[in-house]
Design a protein around this ligand. Structure first.
Ligand code: IVH
Length: 669
């Protein structure tokens, strides 16, 4: 490929990928599978590697991050970033409207929008290319966080359509609830402190130095304001609609995220609608914003010192209920972390009955000065578990006692420790504390780890109580006769369990490493470590310096890995797992057969037994070839769930054989 051809290929691939990004992240309507998308991206990366002179800043390959910002530069805003007058009362909205009517006797159109609960951002585009992204800061100047903003997939790096040469777009960056809850679930799993709420998490994420981490956090955006000279539209609604046509994720009328009305009734019905419907949104809003539509009228109304007169925010009251704190109990997690839990008199909140709330840690209890009994206020944010936000002091009785923290583990009575710089108390009795032992085994067998069929928390509890299993290695010594003796264990279940354990010896090394439950070694870290070091023996004997050489492994993880292997008991478990035949090193991709030789496959959709990557590996290790898109040369399409209808049609039209996952497995046999 010559230079010109390479450049053309890079541009056309970039365009294609941008378009798929748009379908996926802006329209939530993907047109190709993740796998096919990855193949396009890999191809572009390869071309850019070969021709770095065409690796533009706005290439979609830049979405994965990598740029490090040591210090965020301070930037003065070209147009100050003002705030909004907030109100919680409908009367004040009516008063606001009355005031506006005094300034103009023309008809006023109002644009009603959601008030996104995230971080305000101003992004500059010059000739359609994203050149700078700046936080609000104090309104006059903010911090330049361009490298981080580039990783947010719903924010275009290069615009399409008829955009102004030089303008700034403003909006909100936020963390969707699903990303927030997944991030916290992962943190809980590796024993890290949980994030408090999506907004603070989004804000903290945007200030991270390593844009790669930002790229992994799945932030999202809605843009709602265009600033520049000589704009070709005359009001807020058409600004938003225009921005949508340039490729931005903007609120749409279809979703009722934006609405234009001329009446106060229209404004009120927007407010009432979203006060209820907000609970079903996939992200948090804290109110709605009402703006005068026409720029000419906005100019006439002008500004106060801090905020425009032409806009007002109506904030929703967070639903808060009061109930009695009946007791505080303490839970011990698999890492030994002690979590205080408030047991409450059941109460209705946001459509569900709340009986328990997490108190997080000792600092939290102290901060709200919790007594027992107390009447407490409970709120529900984006988190799954509701939280106690305060105490009704007026109802506190004289006899109420301060809620203290424990000195000893509620389960095994070991003295608790609180390491320097950590908020959590821990039970250090890792190998003698029942919930820790059971928790570790439960983690070991969980779906993303060893994925042992036929074994769940209940059976682990039975096996532990009967003294049959004390650690992961004991599982592999279990016999059918031992298992069938357990309460309510049927013949078939016992068989399944033993077979499930046996099958797990084929689980690849990276998952075994994750299953071991080494503190701070989550799924991603396990993958990196496994691939970099190759075997458990190398990891076990690795020097600190070797460990931190590995991508994404820092001081904290390296120390934790070393500590794990300093414990003789862990080393002993590893030896026994090795004897049981578990995969404790990376298996070189060996050729298993040549059954699929000369055949090309397209894998599309979601599967049951395999992940897409695993399917691809199976194809290759049996001599087949993976290709990214369907053409007349494709021999087979393996179709999973959710395979796009367009693709299915193409395959059918070309007369290509379409296989289900099971049919593919048959083919191999
Ligand atoms: S307009 C001059 N529209 O609220 C008016 N702001 O209190 C500029 N916000 O810093 C803001 N959703 O972070 C506007 N639809 C929306 C909004 C919105 C959320 C935030 C924004 C701003 C703050 C103002």
């Amino acid at each position: 490929m010559n230079k010109e051809e390479a450049k053309a290929a890079i541009l056309s691939l970039s365009k294609e990928i941008d378009q798929h990004n748009y379908h996926y992240y802006v329209e939530s309507n993907p047109q190709i599978s993740d796998y096919d998308f990855d193949m396009l991206l890999t191809r572009l990366q390869q071309l850019e590697l070969e021709h770095p002179e065409f690796a533009y800043d706005y290439s979609p390959t830049k979405r994965v991050g990598g740029d490090i910002t040591k210090k965020f530069e301070s930037v003065v805003h070209r147009f100050p970033m003002l705030s909004l007058t907030n109100t919680y009362s409908e009367e004040e909205i009516i008063d606001w409207e009355t005031r506006l009517k005094k300034v103009t006797d023309e008809e006023i159109n109002y644009v009603c929008e959601l008030k996104y609960d995230g971080v305000a951002i101003g992004i500059r585009y010059e000739n359609g290319i994203l050149t700078r992204a700046v936080t609000r800061g104090d309104g006059t100047q903010g911090e330049e966080i361009t490298a981080n903003v580039r990783t947010i997939r719903s924010i275009p790096l290069k615009l399409k359509g008829n955009f102004p040469d030089d303008f700034e777009i403003r909006g909100e960056i936020f963390m969707p609830l699903a990303s927030f809850n997944a991030l916290n679930a992962e943190r809980e799993e590796i024993g890290e402190q949980l994030f408090a709420n999506p907004r603070n998490t989004a804000s903290g994420t945007l200030k991270m130095q390593d844009s790669k981490v930002v790229a992994e956090r799945n932030l999202d955006s809605y843009l709602y304001g265009v600033y520049g000279d000589d704009l070709s539209f005359d009001g807020q609604l058409s600004a938003v609609e225009n921005a949508g046509s340039w490729g931005f994720k903007v609120p749409t009328k279809e979703k009722k995220f934006i609405e234009r009305t001329t009446s106060i009734d229209g404004i009120m019905s927007f407010i009432h609608y979203w006060d209820k419907a907000r609970h079903d949104l996939p992200f948090e809003i804290d109110g709605v914003v009402i703006k005068v539509d026409k720029y000419a009228q906005q100019r006439k109304l002008g500004f106060t010192a801090k905020s425009p007169r032409w806009a007002i925010a109506f904030k929703f009251k967070t639903e808060r209920v009061e109930t009695l704190l009946e007791s505080v109990t303490f839970q011990v997690g698999r890492t030994g972390a002690i979590t205080p839990v408030a047991n409450l008199t059941p109460v209705q909140l946001g459509g569900t009955t709340v009986k328990r709330a997490s108190l997080h840690n000792a600092d939290q209890i102290e901060k709200i000065d919790l007594h027992l009994p107390d009447y407490v206020f409970v709120e529900k944010g984006g988190e799954i578990i509701p939280k106690i936000v305060g105490v009704n002091l007026e109802k506190r009785s004289e006899a109420a006692q301060v809620v203290g923290f424990l000195d000893h583990c509620p389960e095994c009575h070991a003295a608790l420790v609180r390491r320097e710089g950590e908020v959590q108390h821990y039970c250090p009795n890792e190998n003698g504390c029942p919930p820790q032992i059971k928790g570790k085994i439960e983690h070991f067998i969980s779906r993303k780890a060893m994925n042992i069929d036929g074994l769940g928390a209940e059976t682990v509890d039975l096996l532990f109580t009967k003294g049959l299993v004390h650690n992961a290695a004991d599982l592999y010594a279990l016999t059918y006769d031992q298992v069938i003796e357990l309460d309510r264990m049927a013949d078939r279940s016992a068989d399944n369990l033993i077979q499930g354990i046996k099958n797990s010896t084929q689980v690849p090394f990276e998952r075994v490493l994750f299953a071991l439950g080494i503190r701070f070694v989550g799924e991603t870290v396990a993958k990196k470590l496994a691939r970099a070091m190759g075997s458990i023996d190398r990891i076990m004997h690795a020097k600190y310096d070797e460990l931190i050489e590995v991508d994404e492994i820092g001081e904290k993880i390296a120390i934790s890995v070393q500590q794990f292997f300093l414990d003789e008991r862990n080393v002993e478990i590893i030896h026994r797992l090795k004897e049981a035949g578990l995969q404790l090193e990376i298996v070189k991709k060996e050729t298993l057969s040549q059954k699929l030789e000369g055949k090309s496959f397209v894998v599309s959709g979601v599967f049951n037994a395999f992940s897409r990557d695993e399917l691809k590996e199976v194809i290759e290790s049996n001599g087949g070839k993976n290709v990214s898109s369907i053409s007349a040369k494709t021999d087979y399409v393996i179709a999973g769930e959710n395979m796009g209808p367009a693709k299915l049609k193409k395959a059918t039209d070309l007369g290509i054989q379409i296989l289900s996952e099971d049919e593919f497995i048959q083919l191999l046999k």
